[in-house]
Design a protein around this ligand. Sequence first.
Ligand code: HEM
Length: 266
Amino acid sequence: MLQTNPYATLTETVDPVFMQLFVFAMLIFVVVGTIIDTIHKKNVKYFFENAKKAKLSATKTLSTGEKLSVISKTIVSDIATTSELGAGQRRAAHILGMYGTIMFWISSVIMIFCYSSQSSDTPSLWPIIWHLGAIMTVLGGSWFWFFLRVDVYSEAQPWYRIIRADLFVLALIASSLFGLIWSFLQSLNLQDRWDDKVFLVFYILSNLVLFGGVYWSKFAHMFYKPGAAIQKNLAEADGSRDNLPPPADAPEQFGLGIKREEPKHY
Ligand code: HEM
């Protein structure tokens, strides 16, 4: 199973053109959903206005080299390792899910566009990346959803309580999980049995929810967060600090109480 391109097997019943059109449709969903989201929330407008305002209080003009250095450090730390989440389970779960998803999506696109004809021979690397990416996404996403969600972790809500904010993470887990089950059942070669077809339908539906739900879910954070991290670090480097006060020039003395329990009641 791990070395089989599930999309190539699917071409026995579905024309690869339909799979390629599906990928284009998902891409359009993401672009349109994100644009409508930015128009509705006005977050991009606020972001640029705030950046322009903050620039007025800059104490230093950054050279292109300095800007590039800040941006590359941000890409390596804040974006590639989501340093915003600190050291700990939250960051580990996010990295697992984020890289799993990236591997799953990239290998899907490559297998669908380059190796989905019955005559083509998929290098085994791509199906392995696809399956591994799906497993990582399920593990990282479930770790976050079952144990680390703020409403469960800090607000003592039961793990089975589902709200709209869970749309993104649940659709993400579902699409990878259904993809894995579909690939497994298909690899059993059950001929005219219904099992793999049912999970293929679940796989398609969960992708429609994931990509079609961008406007309602947290999907677009993967575009906003990197932009915000770059802006924050540039604002720190040019001294404007987004018009926030500098850290106090005093020892960090918060009393013994702060050591009593990890801060987690938000
Ligand atoms: C393929 C890319 C990515 C995927 C699949 C992904 C996935 C996720 C998921 C599933 C969550 C939990 C959402 C929820 O609260 O229900 C999340 C939260 C978060 N993500 Fe991402 N993410 C991606 C990219 C990024 C990037 C590039 C950054 C930062 C630069 C980032 C920063 C965050 C932060 C700060 C949270 C909040 C975590 C928390 O509440 O504990 N993500 N992400």
